[in-house]
Design a protein around this ligand. Structure first.
Ligand code: FAD
Length: 570
């Protein structure tokens, strides 16, 4: 359904069962759950889908080895179960990731768990081999019944340096275990949204639609046109992550403070030596200050992160220069001989972890678990169910939990579960991808290489893309067919260049942008939207400004825009 049709439907039908505010991965998850039960549900996000924390993650789909020392055993067990489900339900975007922990001590860190248990908080000391062994043994135990990936193993100093010669020579040993990573988290969120709407006529979703209230009740504002629409849901789900408290205030919910978010930033680096040094592994290491950092090969580049800094307003974060320096310093600690040049940092990104409000002085200690709380109705507002916390990995179980509470409130029962439900291009996933690609290439007269690229990008949805191509034209200086972006513009609720380059594709995050490509995509978008020259130019400026301000990506033809924010939807 296109934007105009969705708005028309909402104008006609303001009385709905559930309004989900927030189209990050958790809002999308509860939306999908409710849509599958046949509930009349509307989702609104003030920006694009998965434009907040759900685009800023470390891209790990993991149990959370580190959370074991905080005593969060239930969360780790649940996360591992969800990780394993995602490996099956979304094999096109979620894949196993061998992960290696460099170890510099043997005994250190044992006190961490005990100190936590006694309710004392302090910065952790270094984690030694025994602590890591205990954590990995639990990891193996929690996954023993499914055993989708190999058990952990240890390597001594000699074997470690032989396998990863660039590692800091003061290393004592290393441990390797398996977790998973997600290549296209934003697309996976979008696919769930599309799946949900395809399966239910009473499920509607709108991006660039903010929710607030007046004395008369809830109001949806189309942020692209300024139009306001009244909405009268029986129940509200506040799934706005780091914005939960701000949203409760905006809608007039009488709620206590729920969130104490922390900002985390990452760099994407294009350095061959570093890429090779990883040998296909994630390195999950402790920086000198005791914080866990990660780096792993990400679509031909290397993703490195992250920081952990308390913030109040999630709308105002970006990766600052001191965070960039921190991340590079942490890298120098683990791979001291590898230097990263300024121009090898091809992208920066930042977001806010929606952590529950906490007085813990060390941010790494704040619980990573999720839970839901009802805020009872007031005159103009129905009950509001707030989704607090939550990792990307656990979106399904968190969405299911929220949906069950919503169903109970509405007096409805669950009809179906998402536990084994394949997502988007993970449906009908072939046992033999090479055969599948050959068949796709033959059917749509593509080269086998192109068919493989489409399959890597979209899983089995590659066929929808291929069937849509009217020409084989490639976009300038890029590895994309014009038809791919055209398909997204027509079918995937794209409103601006940032939607296309930051969230529907991985072009920006992998450093693949250039002005020729941006202009070609802009021409496609402007033609589809019927934009005049002034609107088209404004969109170009807004996107280039956003890229420079938010992601440290600049092109020579725009002026320094470091203190400006983008004015349009970007
Ligand atoms: C640095 C970092 C690293 C992380 N790494 C990992 C990881 O590797 N693995 C993992 O599992 N998890 C990770 N996480 C956690 C994970 O990303 C988040 O927990 C998850 O994405 C939160 O999703 P969400 O839907 O709750 O929030 P968000 O994705 O932030 O979505 C909230 C949405 O609400 C919208 N909104 C706000 N106010 C309004 C309003 N008034 N009206 C309408 N819409 C509104 C916003 O626009 C936003 O899109 C990481 C998080 C961060 C920040």
């Amino acid at each position: 359904m296109n934007r105009n049709d969705t708005l028309a439907a909402l104008r006609e039908r303001p009385d709905i069962a559930v309004l989900v505010i927030g189209g990050g991965i958790n809002g999308i998850s509860v939306f999908r759950e409710l849509a599958l039960q046949g509930v009349d549900v509307v989702l609104a996000d003030k920006g694009d889908y998965c434009g907040g924390a759900s685009a800023a993650l470390s891209r790990m789909v993991h149990g959370g080895l580190r959370y074991l020392e905080n005593g969060e055993f239930k969360l780790v067990r649940e996360s591992l179960a969800e990780r394993d489900r995602l490996l099956k339900n979304a094999p096109h975007y979620v894949a196993p990731l061998p992960t290696t922990v460099p170890i510099f001590d043997i005994f250190s860190g044992i006190a961490n768990g005990a100190v936590r248990f006694l309710g004392l908080t302090r910065r952790p000391s270094r984690r030694g081999a025994l602590v890591i062994k205990a954590g990995l043994t639990l990891y193996d135990l929690f996954t023993a019944a499914r055993r989708l990936m190999p058990r952990h193993r240890f390597r001594g100093r000699g074997k470690t340096l032989q396998t990863w010669p660039a590692t800091n020579p003061s290393i004592r040993s290393s441990a390797t275990y398996y977790d998973a990573w997600v290549s296209h988290p934003e697309r996976l969120g979008l696919e769930m949204l599309i799946d949900a709407m395809a399966g239910s006529v009473s499920a509607l979703a709108l991006n660039y639609a903010s929710v607030g209230s007046t004395e008369a009740g809830l109001v949806l504002t189309d942020t692209l046109t300024g139009e306001t629409l009244p909405l009268r849901p029986q129940l509200v789900v506040n799934a706005t992550g780091g914005w939960i408290d701000l949203t409760n205030k905006a809608i007039g919910a009488a709620a206590p403070r729920m969130i104490g978010g922390t900002k985390g930033s990452h760099l994407i680096v294009d350095n061959r030596e570093l890429h090779a040094a990883l040998g296909g592994h994630m390195v999950y290491y402790e920086n000198e200050d005791g914080r866990i950092c990660i780096l792993f090969p990400y679509l031909g580049k290397v993703l490195i992160g992250s920081t952990d800094i308390r913030v109040d307003d999630p709308g105002k974060v970006r990766c600052e220069d001191d965070e960039r320096a921190y991340i590079l310093q942490s890298l120098a600690f683990v791979f001291p001989s590898i230097a990263i040049a300024e121009n090898e940092i091809v992208f920066r990104f930042s977001g806010v972890r929606p952590l529950p409000a906490s007085s813990d002085s060390f941010t790494g200690r704040i619980p990573r678990d999720h839970f839901c709380e009802f805020v009872e109705p007031v005159s103009h507002l129905p009950a509001t169910l707030c989704m607090i916390g939550g990792k990307w990995t656990t979106f399904r179980s968190f969405g299911a939990m929220a949906a069950d509470m919503a169903l109970e409130r509405l007096g409805l029962t669950r009809k179906t579960s998402t536990e084994d439900l394949a997502i988007g291009g993970g449906r009908n996933f072939p046992a033999d991808p090479e055969n599948w690609c050959t068949a796709l290439a033959t059917k749509y007269e593509l080269s086998i290489e192109r068919a493989r690229v489409l399959f890597e990008r979209y899983g089995t949805s590659a066929e929808n893309f291929a069937a849509h191509f009217t020409t084989r034209e490639m976009l300038p200086q890029s590895e994309y067919f014009a038809g791919e972006l055209h398909f997204m513009i027509e079918r995937e609720q794209v409103e601006c260049l940032a939607d296309l380059f930051l969230r529907r594709t991985t072009i920006a995050i992998t450093g693949g942008l250039n002005l020729a490509l941006i202009d070609a995509a802009l021409a496609l978008l402007a033609a589809h939207k019927g934009w005049d020259t002034a609107r088209t130019d404004a969109e170009r400026t807004a996107f280039l400004t956003l890229l420079e301000y938010q992601h440290g990506v600049s092109f020579s033809d725009i002026s320094k825009a470091n203190d400006k924010r983008s004015a349009l939807c970007a």
